[in-house]
Design a protein around this ligand. Structure first.
Ligand code: 2HG
Ligand code: ZN
Length: 471
């Protein structure tokens, strides 16, 4: 097969700032954050408007060039990395970074795909509102990326995933048509909810160029607690206690293992253990209220008092001020970086019904240690919504590469437990390239068949982010 040729029209259309071909300039777009993949591409296209995206898509479609859309390039599953054959282009949305509108009465924001999540949060805060999506990569990840992957993060328990924060989309379809679906209605029952098809599609059905996002009232009171707890069941029971006391106050409920917290303290400058004694299990509880006079400290003391008495909570610290709240959050947010510094690790972004989280952690940890003696389980994450990062760190005395060579065995071992607990093999990071070969086993039959027919109908030439999501 002849290699496709980059159409001259693209250089004319995009100008020098809009097309990169120098190997040094395009290098950052060719690998992923975790360095799992190293791709090649003819060019990085950097359109500055929806019309330019559409023109790029049309020109590439005519030339038979596959397109890999890319936002902040923070995918954990290689979702934005081009293949190794060098036949595709990366289409970066970075220059589409305008907030087109923000309405504090409708509580909506219309943002272009390249707007960084943190920028969207800040713009909402300036208008006295909240854009609640929040996670470690928020300073780099973009609106188009988080919608295309249906990102979750820390606040799903209260506000939902990216999907639930989206009212409308603007999408360039694989044939270059622009679909303007930027409606900002809470009620809009008009046939198939097309917008939801593109959320989680990871750019395989078209390119999200802008979105209308939901905003919320800004919390005026906030408190963050860090507790050591007896075991996984105790952690879950403290979650239930808070839910019963005041469900609306829970903004995040995170679990951390003793090993993960040890790594954060060991590797991240400035991170210290807030409680007196080391434990095997910890939780972080973020409480927030839109009422300035909400007594969150009182709520925390009431719940913790009962949990301490029952021996569920061993020790607890209540943040008390913004600096301490941030210091507590850092212990949790630095988990991925601390794990990276400790050595080779295998990630398992999985979910189970919330009631089964303790069983997941225990059974998957034991199964992985039985598989590779000495492997160190580092489960952490979003206990309140059932999404645990069931990660494994290499044994101390094992070569990192040898450990990574067992990645698929480890993932299969964790997934076998997840399946028995009615969970999902991908909770919030998506499928990307890493998990396409799991789709048949988990979604095969009518579900995968329908997905493949939708893909074939919208993108018959298969040029939109090929090799991602579908096997
Ligand atoms: C988080 O919750 C991210 O910090 C990353 O989803 C999880 O590194 C991971 O496995
Ligand atoms: Zn996460």
């Amino acid at each position: 097969m002849n290699a496709p040729v980059l159409p001259d029209a693209l250089a004319t259309l995009l100008g020098p700032a809009g097309i990169l071909t120098d190997p040094a300039d395009i290098a950052p777009a060719l690998s992923d954050w975790r360095s799992l993949y190293q791709g090649k591409a003819m060019a990085v296209l950097r359109p500055a408007s929806t019309e330019q995206v559409a023109a790029c898509v049309k020109a590439c479609a005519a030339a038979g060039i596959p397109i890999v859309p890319q936002g902040g390039n923070t995918s954990m599953v290689g979702g934005a990395t081009p293949s190794e054959d060098g036949r595709s282009v990366v289409l970066s949305l970075a220059r589409m970074n305008r907030i087109r509108a923000l309405d504090p009465v409708d509580m909506t924001m219309t943002a272009e795909a390249g707007v960084v999540v943190k920028t969207a949060q800040d713009a909402a805060a300036d208008a006295n509102c909240l854009f609640p999506l929040s996670f470690g990569g928020e300073g780099t990840a973009t609106v188009g990326g988080v919608l295309s992957t249906n990102a979750g993060g820390n606040t799903t328990v209260r506000y939902g995933n990216a999907r639930e924060l989206m009212l409308g989309l603007e999408v360039v379809l694989p044939d270059g048509q622009i679909w303007n679906g930027l409606r900002r209605l809470r009620k809009d029952n008009t046939g198939y909810a097309l917008r939801h098809l593109f959320v989680g599609a990871e750019g395989t059905l078209g390119i999200v160029t802008a979105a209308t996002l939901r905003l919320f009232a800004r919390p005026r009171a906030n408190e963050v607690l860090f507790c050591s707890v007896r075991d996984e069941d105790a952690a879950l029971n403290v979650f239930r206690r808070f839910r019963e006391a005041d469900e609306t106050a829970i903004r995040a409920f995170e679990y951390m293992s003793g090993v993960g917290v040890d790594f954060a303290v060991k590797h991240i400058p400035g991170v210290t253990l807030p409680v007196a004694d080391r434990a095997d299990h910890y939780i972080l509880v973020d409480l927030a209220s839109t009422r300035a006079d909400a007594d969150l400290q009182g709520l925390a003391e009431q719940v913790l008092g009962a949990a301490l008495e029952e021996g569920e909570v061993l020790d607890a610290v209540i943040g008390g001020n913004e600096a301490k709240r941030q210091a507590i959050w850092r212990i949790r947010e630095e988990h991925p970086e601390a794990q990276r510094k400790e050595g080779a690790s295998v990630k398992n972004d999985v979910s189970v019904p919330v009631s089964k989280v303790p069983e997941l952690i225990r059974r998957a940890s034991a199964a992985c240690v039985a598989l590779i003696p000495g492997t160190r389980p580092v489960p952490f994450g979003h206990m309140g919504d059932g999404n645990i990062h069931m990660n494994l760190e290499q044994p101390v005395d094992m070569d990192g590469a040898a450990f990574l060579a067992r990645s698929h065995d480890i993932m299969d071992t964790v997934n076998a437990v997840v399946r028995e607990l009615d969970g999902s093999f991908s909770a919030e990071h998506g499928i990307g390239r890493l998990k396409t070969d799991m789709m048949e086993a988990w979604r095969g039959g009518a579900e995968l068949d329908a997905m493949q027919r939708i893909k074939a109908a919208l993108d018959p030439a298969g040029l939109m982010n090929p090799g991602k999501v579908l096997p």
